[in-house]
Design a protein around this ligand. Sequence first.
Ligand code: NAP
Length: 325
Amino acid sequence: MNRYSNMVYNYCGRSGLKLPAISLGLWHNFGTVDVFSNMQEMARTAFDLGITHFDLANNYGPTPGSAEENFGKILRSTLHGHRDELIISTKAGYGMWPGPYGDGGSRKYLLASLDQSLKRMGLDYVDIFYSHRFDPNTPLEETMGALDSAVKQGKALYVGVSNYNAEQTRRAYEILKKMGTPLLINQPCYNMLNRWIEPELVPTLEELGVGSISFSPLAQGQLTDRYLKGIPSDSRAAKPWGFLKEKDITPEKIEMISKLNDIAKGRGQTLAEMAVVWNLKRGHLTSVLVGASRPEQIRDNVAALEKREFSDDELAAIDKVLAGK
Ligand SMILES: NC(=O)c1ccc[n+]([C@@H]2O[C@H](COP(=O)([O-])OP(=O)(O)OC[C@H]3O[C@@H](n4cnc5c(N)ncnc54)[C@H](OP(=O)(O)O)[C@@H]3O)[C@@H](O)[C@H]2O)c1
């Protein structure tokens, strides 16, 4: 098994931890509404292609928590015996259980949620524990203190923040540094349709030596050939529980995506492949966190690494399409 020979592994910021250039997220397609044998096959396909990092959160499903439960079953079956070859992350920050302690950034919520996540996955520890979002109503010292405690209690090896802007990230980094726990990584949304991280967050992460992993790099499937001929019934936009809605797939967007698809074809790639490597290059990322509904999509996304370089003309052509020109 040459599992590790074709994947690219990048150091996560200035840490000693390497992440695969492509990681797999379990936000969609790993819940109670999905087929377990397909999840097993996706996990096996990913791992066999060198994807060592699987990303979860307390609320992934639906139902919330079920992605962690299903991943726990995968760890005991398909991935059995490989725990030390895997980087498993989870998060807390969005609404998870009723009442005042199941949402936000309090110490009470984060540490109780981490215990629940470990139980659902059947783990003693996760590799990365994230604050899923900045909570303006909780002192950042409290939220970061909870992450630091998770590490000191041996329940997480590293900590991260997600959806934090440049200034919030810098403050989180400084607070954690004083506590003796480095900030490993930030997980922002980043893709061709959402480039908010480029002006401030990317240079800040580089300056601080913090790693980065982009979520929704394919804009939930929009930056693929999935919607070029309408909305397939098995697609995320067609599913009632999917986060992407049919109304998001506008004719203007399809026109733009068709032009991007032509540029990808000219490179000998699928649009998904081009979007993945564009993400790595323009976002200066440690890893690109893709989602998938079937094993073929994972194979396609990993194949992207075979052609990582862009000419200046290609980058300019992509920018022109994205600017609506
Ligand atoms: N931190 C946060 O707040 C946050 C928020 C969102 C996501 N995330 C993380 O990021 C991960 C990825 O997000 P995402 O699922 O939105 O990512 P994405 O990669 O942008 O979208 C995944 C979807 O794109 C389609 N797809 C993937 N590969 C394809 C291919 N090669 N060809 C055609 N279609 C393809 C599939 O759609 P179909 O299902 O229609 O086939 C798949 O479900 C999540 O699982 C989660 O771990 C984090």
